[in-house]
Design a protein around this ligand. Structure first.
Ligand SMILES: CCCCCCCCCCCCC[C@@H](O)CC(=O)SCCNC(=O)CCNC(=O)[C@H](O)C(C)(C)COP(=O)(O)OP(=O)(O)OC[C@H]1O[C@@H](n2cnc3c(N)ncnc32)[C@H](O)[C@@H]1OP(=O)(O)O
Length: 357
C-alpha cells in the first residue's frame, strides 16, 4: 500500500521549494497536472522501506515544468509560480494536509525574501560594476601600451634607419658624429624606457622587474654617464656600435609587443624578437664594455665624479674604480639577462608548439 512521506515547504516570490523526507529514493515520478503536483517514489521514509505518494493542489497557478534533485537523504523539488508574488498558504484546501509542514531551514517571511532579492541584486550589480571597471582598465592599459610601443618603435626605427643611411652615404666618417646626430632621440627613447621598469613593477606587463631594471639602468648609465658627461667619448666610433646594436633589437621588440596588444602574432616577427638578441646581446655588452674601458683614462685625467678625500690622505678616489666594478657588474647583468631571454624564448616556443599539437 502507498504511504505519504513527510513534506516540508518554503517559498520565494518566484518559486516553491518542497523537501520530501525519503532516503535512497528510487523510481521517482514528479509532475504537475492541472495545477496539481503528483509525487511517487520508492524509498525509506517514516514507515520504513515502501512506496510513498502524495498530491498537492496549489493555491495559485504554477508552471507545469518541475525540477527535482534526489540526494541520499531527501528529494528536493522546485516548482515555479506563473505569477510573481507571495502566497498566503501553499494549497487550495481549507485545512493544511497533515503530511505538510514549513521547512524552517529555508523558511523566510515576505520581507526577508524581498531583502534576499535585494541583496542578490546588489551583489549582481557590484559584480557587474567591478567587471565594467576591470574592462575599462584593461582597455585603458592596452591603449597606453599601444601608444608607448608605437612611440618607441618610431624612435628606434628613426635611429636605425638614419644611422644605416648615413653609413651608406657618408661612409666611415659617419661613425665619428653619431652622438651629435642621434643622441637627442636616443636620450628621449631611453628616458621613456624607464616606464618599462614601472610596468614590470606594477604588473602592467608580465615580466620580471630585475631584468628590466638591469636593461634600463645599464643602458642609461652608458648613455648619460659615459657618453653624455664626457665630450671626448662623443666622437668615438664606439658610440655608433652601441647605438646600432641597441636599436637593432628594438625595431623588432616594440612592434612584436604592439601586435601582442591586438592579440595578433606575425610568426617571422616573433622569431626575430626571440632570436636576434642572441648575437646582439653579447655584442652590445662588448661594445658597452669597450666604451667603459675607453672612458677610464678620461675620468682619471679629468677627475670628473671623483670623490675628494680629506687633506690627511691628500688625494681623491677616482671614478674609474667604480668603473672597474661596473665592468664586473656588466658581465653579471649579461649573464642574468641572457638567462632571462633564453627562458622567455623557450617558454614562447614551447607554448607555441603545445598549441600547434
Ligand atoms: C639592479 C640594478 C642593476 C645595475 C646593473 C648594472 C649592470 C648592467 C649590465 C647591463 C647589460 C645591458 C646590456 C644591454 O644594454 C645591451 C643591449 O641591449 S644589446 C642589444 C640586444 N639587447 C636585447 O636583445 C635586449 C632587449 N631587451 C629586452 O628584451 C627586455 O628589455 C628584457 C627585460 C631584457 C626582456 O624582456 P621581457 O622580460 O619583457 O620579455 P618578453 O619580451 O618575453 O615579454 C614578457 C611578456 O610581457 C609582455 N610585454 C613586455 N613588455 C611589453 C610592452 N611594452 N607592451 C606589451 N606587452 C609587453 C610581452 O608581450 C610578454 O607577454 P606574453 O608572454 O604574454 O607574450
Amino acid at each position: 500500500m502507498a504511504l505519504t512521506p513527510l513534506v516540508y515547504w518554503a517559498q520565494r516570490h518566484e518559486e516553491i521549494y518542497l523537501r520530501v523526507e525519503l532516503t535512497d529514493a528510487q523510481n521517482i515520478d514528479v509532475h504537475v497536472d492541472e495545477n496539481v503536483l503528483h509525487f511517487s517514489a520508492q524509498g525509506h521514509g517514516a514507515k520504513g522501506q515502501n512506496e510513498y505518494k502524495f498530491s498537492l493542489e496549489f493555491l495559485l497557478p504554477v508552471k507545469p515544468q518541475v525540477s527535482y534533485k534526489s540526494t541520499q537523504r531527501q528529494v528536493n523539488i522546485t516548482v515555479h509560480k506563473i505569477q510573481r508574488g507571495w502566497w498566503e498558504k501553499l494549497t487550495v484546501q481549507e485545512r493544511k494536509p497533515v503530511f505538510l509542514a514549513p521547512d524552517f531551514d529555508r523558511w523566510l517571511d515576505e520581507s526577508d525574501a524581498e531583502m534576499e532579492i535585494r541583496e542578490k541584486e546588489e551583489k549582481r550589480n557590484r559584480l557587474k560594476a567591478s567587471r565594467q571597471k576591470e574592462e575599462g582598465f584593461v582597455s585603458l592599459k592596452t591603449v597606453f601600451l599601444i601608444v608607448y610601443n608605437l612611440v618607441q618603435f618610431l624612435g628606434f626605427s628613426w635611429i636605425f634607419v638614419n644611422m644605416t643611411v648615413r653609413l651608406f652615404i657618408i661612409g666611415r666618417d659617419s661613425l665619428y658624429d653619431t652622438f651629435h646626430t642621434i643622441s637627442d632621440v636616443m636620450f628621449f627613447c631611453q628616458i621613456l624606457a624607464s616606464v618599462e621598469v614601472l610596468n614590470a613593477a606594477f604588473g602592467v606587463v608580465k615580466t620580471g622587474v630585475i631584468p628590466t631594471l638591469i636593461q634600463v639602468v645599464g643602458r642609461n648609465f652608458i648613455l648619460f654617464i659615459i657618453f653624455g658627461s664626457l665630450e671626448e667619448m662623443q666622437h668615438k666610433p664606439v658610440v655608433f656600435f652601441v647605438f646600432y646594436l641597441w636599436s637593432a633589437i628594438e625595431i623588432f621588440r616594440y612592434p612584436f609587443y604592439m601586435l601582442g596588444c591586438f592579440n595578433t602574432e606575425w610568426k617571422t616577427l616573433t622569431w626575430l624578437r626571440y632570436t636576434v638578441w642572441m648575437p646582439l646581446y653579447p655584442l652590445g655588452v662588448l661594445a658597452e664594455a669597450v666604451a667603459v674601458i675607453q672612458s677610464i683614462p678620461i675620468f682619471d685625467e679629468s677627475k670628473l665624479f671623483s670623490i675628494p678625500l680629506t687633506k690627511v690622505i691628500g688625494t681623491s678616489v677616482s671614478f674609474s674604480y667604480f668603473l672597474y666594478i661596473y665592468l664586473v657588474l656588466m658581465f653579471l647583468g649579461l649573464f642574468i639577462n641572457f638567462h632571462h631571454l633564453h627562458k622567455q624564448r623557450k617558454r614562447r616556443f614551447r607554448t607555441k608548439k603545445r598549441k600547434a599539437n
